[in-house]
Design a protein around this ligand. Structure first.
Ligand code: SF4
Length: 1018
């Protein structure tokens, strides 16, 4: 029991009925001290734990109320200071104002102003001579004056005013002259609090505290903390000898009350602490874990949640770790990221969002959003989901679908409808215009937290309330008009230091606290974690608003950076010295988040000296003492806290002979290992894409299903991808973030250009004119602008600058196209544009709804569907099926390749199709295929493939169909060319191309014979 607690117990015995006031900084500490006395079997009566504010309020309130003054809300501070700073008259010199809108600046200014106020300093008392900068003094003084005027004008009293008023009415103090009062030692109060405490009636009892040898009493403690009676330490165990931390002396005891260890990382350190707690077999409420920094407590909390151990967390959990906190942060990122659908999908998948839509789970909503192919921007959701809804409704009404399929589509359509409604409501929370008044952003954020964020625990409920209140504090700035980025930064800033679930030590619960508060709960076993150099004590950094020299000159009671470090040292060493019981100190050797090595704090070195003063201690010796860093995996399976830990601990010592047992226990692992071994071999197996059963379904010669040239080229590029897409019907999940420098992706740009080329050429053809930039340029430009505006309504560009650049480039390509057409018009006469076969014909005379049948003899007969970009009649009477390419002059396999192993097929297949389409008008039609690059990047390249290649096409097609028939869906061996833009890469595992190469090269992998032949068709 600490000297102070023992003193309280003694007071309770000697002054049984007298009112005994214990003035504590928090009610939590008061409760804890009261409980400890009771647990130590000290009965107490009339022992009153109170804070200075509890005393000041009844003394000040009647007079403040009489004058119509209300308490000022605490949390409003930073927002109010930001506002007051921005509203300072232009005549006031500028110092901090340039940074006024940074949330951290407002927090720092508010903290300093609050400190000045609690030191009793007013604007008029702020001395000019204390500041090196006249502007800084003038602005800070004006700001303080403005704050004082704000309070006066609105009839508000902050804490400083309450304390000042309280001191004027000592007769109203709840403490009576006959009472006793005492303060815990080492609490440094603010000057106004100190003045009130010094003026209290009653008998002041001098608190007792351990005298800590070698530790200097901090400067401000002598004037602002209670005077104490020092008690010389008389340790009976090594743990109690920590009172000698700063000056190791005396002989150690032979016990195990002071231990230490090092860990490979924080996770491993906390896991080891939990293992040690479990090993002792004691009760959880005998244990406390102390962390130097409050945020480290959250890691312990997470671990306790995982192991389902009851736990109380003194400093609470950062609200950013709760579901509503995470959801609001993700909402902010979604808004800042241009409302990208990929982010919204991830938010839905995270489980942090709530969908109050019957029959629609968050997972289903995420999948529907992916199917809808929404991109980003406000408009994309209604447009994309509307399109999906329409298509599902059409399929649900399609009589050619089975009853089951129709019912499935109808159900999905209903879900899409609900999702569309939900997305509309969500988007309504985001102001349409940016900049917008801050209140709109705040209302949106509050409504989001209340309605859209999921709450699955009491902590989430608390977080909702805390966030709502924290955002309400910003209302003071509600009418400021701010762009999204500023408003979101302000909202994010409210998360700083906001915690929930903070609680005192309770029966049945493990307790986690900060090192500065360690030991108050009096637990018999304490683990002090995270004792790394640089991480235990505050850094010697000056306050960003008031420098040390300025603080000293304004009022010596203000805390300098040296004071902060010295006071923290005193507090922590005094807490360690008073722990007693069993103490285990630990550190981590690695910061895994920042990927850097960390080293033990000097606290550990001193503790080692305390435990073994006879040894010569250096850091190397300390590392030896700490031993091999413990890992998250226990040394023995029996120490494991989870199934996974048990298995990993066993495997750590096992050799390969243990594998059969593991695989028997986990059949899925056995299956995975077999698959990996097969993939690593040079044999082509079912784990590499061999699906013989799929052959008849996918071979168009057998199935009769129509195929397109594009799909066959894809098959040639990567059979595995073909199987995923066309065999299994999978779509890749598009979770790429929008590129802030790009609006139109190459495919969208290509589609728009194709449509515009066809539109202008059809108009020219229908007017029986020849292309002429002077006559048709304006019309093509108009069509281009309309198409871009239409697309912009669906997918907003990342910025006006990007839009203007891409608009300029597209219009330039259109003008170039028309110029080339005018120059070519003597040699070629276009007959048809976007000539479809096996789809909507768009009024093209040559098109047809049905696919064309290609019969190349010897059983090579199949249905072909597609769309020829353009069919020209050339001056010599032959025809050319033109395929536009709107990117750079590039073709798979190179411009010189003819078939490139089947990757270039369109020229041959479109020529074959065109012969069929022209048969009614020209039975002798001779058609060649070509690739045409009519844009700036394409440099007007035209690659014509002669008709003679059609005989070779037969061989290529036969090999492709044989590949399908064999069900040999091997991965492409050409990773550089084929995998670069492939979105299925996550389905392929490591070294897919390298593994595929080995299998293709092995001659007796018969199913791959057709693939080997294919690669010979250059
Ligand atoms: S990543 Fe490469 S191997 Fe995998 S599916 Fe795509 S193209 Fe084929």
């Amino acid at each position: 029991m600490s000297p102070f607690l023992a003193q309280l117990a003694e007071l309770c015995r000697t002054e049984r009925t007298r009112a005994k006031w214990v003035i504590v900084p928090t009610h939590t500490l008061g409760h804890t001290l009261g409980e400890r006395l009771a647990l130590a079997e000290t009965g107490w009566a009339n022992l009153r734990f109170t804070t200075p504010l509890d005393l000041a309020l009844p003394m000040a309130a009647p007079f403040l109320v009489e004058r119509g003054v209300d308490p000022a809300p605490d949390g409003i501070g930073p927002a109010l200071i930001m506002r007051l700073l921005l509203e300072l008259p232009a005549t006031v010199p500028t110092y901090f104002r340039a940074l006024a809108e940074q949330p951290q600046m407002a927090e720092a200014l508010w903290a300093t102003l609050a400190e000045l106020r609690m030191a009793g300093i007013t604007a008029t008392a702020l001395p000019r001579g204390a500041f090196a900068s006249a502007s800084k003094h003038a602005e800070l003084r004006a700001l303080l004056a403005s704050y004082e005027e704000h309070l006066a004008a609105r009839g508000l009293a902050d804490r400083a005013l309450v304390y000042r008023e309280a001191r004027l009415h000592p007769d109203l103090c709840p403490i009576q002259p006959a009472d006793l009062h005492i303060e815990p030692p080492t609490i440094i109060w603010s000057p106004l609090e100190r003045r009130l405490l010094d003026a209290l009636p009653g008998t002041r009892v001098v608190p007792r505290a351990l005298a800590l040898p070698g530790l200097d009493v901090p400067r401000r403690m002598t004037s602002l903390a209670a005077q104490v009676g020092g008690v010389a330490p008389a340790p009976t165990s090594n743990a109690e000898r920590l009172a000698f931390l700063m000056s190791p002396q005396g002989a150690p005891t032979s016990d195990d009350t002071l231990t230490m260890f090092g860990a490979g990382g924080r996770e491993a350190e906390i896991e080891e602490v939990f293992r040690r707690i479990a090993r002792t077999g004691g009760r959880l409420d005998e244990v406390e874990i102390a962390c130097p920094m409050a945020d480290q407590a959250a890691l312990v909390w997470e671990k306790a949640q995982r192991h389902e151990w009851p736990v109380t967390i003194g400093p609470g959990i950062p609200v950013a770790l709760t579901r509503p906190g995470r959801a609001l942060l993700a909402f902010g990122e979604w808004v800042a990221g241009g409302l990208a659908a990929s982010r919204l999908r991830r938010m839905l998948q995270s489980g942090d969002l709530r969908l109050d839509a019957e029959g629609l789970t968050a997972g289903q909503a995420a999948r529907l959003l992916a199917r809808a192919q929404a991109t980003w921007g406000r408009q994309t959701y209604a447009a994309a989901l509307g399109r999906l809804l329409e298509s599902l409704q059409t399929r649900a009404a399609d009589p050619e679908q089975s009853d089951d399929a129709r019912a499935r589509h109808a159900e999905r359509a209903a879900q899409a409808e609900r999702l569309k409604q939900w997305a509309t409501e969500l988007l309504a929370l985001v102001p349409e215009q940016s900049p917008a008044p801050l209140w709109q952003w705040l209302d949106g954020a509050v409504a989001f937290v209340k309605t859209f964020a999921r709450k699955a625990s009491e902590l989430d409920g608390e977080a909702t309330v805390a966030l709502t209140e924290a955002l309400a504090d910003l209302r003071a700035l509600g009418d400021l008009v701010r762009p999204a980025s500023d408003a979101l930064a302000l909202i994010r800033g409210r998360f700083d230091g906001l915690t929930v679930g903070g609680d005192r030590a309770r029966p049945g619960h493990l307790h986690v606290t900060t090192l500065a508060d360690a030991g108050h709960a009096g637990r018999t076993r304490t683990f002090v974690i995270a004792l790394e150099e640089g991480g235990v004590f505050p850094a010697l950094v000056e306050d960003p608003v008031l420098l040390d020299a300025e603080r000293k000159a304004i009022d010596p009671a203000l805390r300098t950076s040296e004071d902060r470090a010295g006071e923290a040292l005193y507090r922590i060493v005094s807490r360690l010295g008073g722990l007693g019981g069993h103490v285990c100190l630990s550190c981590s050797g690695r910061d895994l988040r920042q990927a850097r090595a960390t080293f033990p704090s000097w606290v550990l070195l001193q503790a080692a000296r305390v435990a073994k003063p006879a040894d010569l201690w250096t850091y190397d010796r300390l590392m030896e003492e700490l031993g091999e860093p413990v890992s998250a995996v226990p040394a023995e399976p029996g120490q494991a806290l989870s199934d996974a830990g048990w298995w990993l601990a066993g495997l750590r010592r096992a050799d390969a002979s243990a594998l059969p047992a593991v695989r028997e226990g986990f059949p899925a692992l056995a299956q995975g290992a077999a698959a990996e071994a097969a993939r690593d071999s040079d044999e082509f197996t079912v784990y590499d894409g061999l699906v013989p059963e799929a052959g008849p379904h996918l071979d168009p010669r057998v199935s009769g299903a129509a195929v397109s040239p594009t799909s066959l080229e894809e098959l040639a590029k990567c059979p595995f991808r073909y199987f995923l897409q066309r065999g299994l019907g999978l779509d890749p999940v598009d979770d790429t973030e929008p590129n802030p420098d790009v609006w139109l992706d190459p495919m969208t740009r290509g589609t728009i250009l194709h449509d515009l080329f066809a539109a202008i050429m059809r108009e020219i053809r229908d007017l029986k004119e020849t292309p002429d930039p002077a006559r048709h340029g304006a019309r093509l430009r108009e069509l281009g602008l309309t198409a871009l505006a239409r697309h912009r309504a669906l997918v907003p560009p990342p910025s006006d600058g990007v839009y203007e650049r891409e608009e300029r480039e597209l219009l330039s390509d259109l003008a170039l196209f028309l110029k080339f057409e005018a120059e070519d018009s003597v040699r070629r006469r276009p007959l048809g544009f976007e000539v479809a076969f096996g789809g909507a014909t768009e009024g093209e005379a040559l098109g047809r709804r049905e696919p064309v049948t290609i019969d190349l003899g010897a059983g090579l007969r199949f249905e072909l569907r597609g769309r020829i970009d353009r069919l020209d009649r050339l001056a010599d009477g032959t025809y050319e099926a033109v395929d536009y390419k709107t990117g750079g002059a590039f073709l798979p396999g190179g411009l010189d390749a003819v078939f490139a192993g089947g990757r270039q097929l369109q020229h041959a297949l479109y020529a074959l199709a065109a012969v069929e389409l022209l048969r009614e008008t020209d039975v002798q039609a001779r058609v060649v295929g070509s690739y045409y690059f009519p844009t700036t990047r394409g440099r007007r390249e035209r690659q014509v493939r002669p008709a003679s290649t059609q005989a070779q096409a037969t061989v290529v097609l036969r090999d492709l169909f044989d590949l399908l028939a064999a069900g040999a869906f091997v991965h492409t061996p050409n990773q550089d060319e084929d995998c670069r833009f492939c979105e299925f890469d996550r389905a392929c595992g490591p070294r897919a191309a390298e593994r595929a190469r080995a299998k293709i090269e092995r001659g007796d992998n018969d199913p791959l014979e057709a693939y080997r032949r294919l690669s010979a068709h250059e």
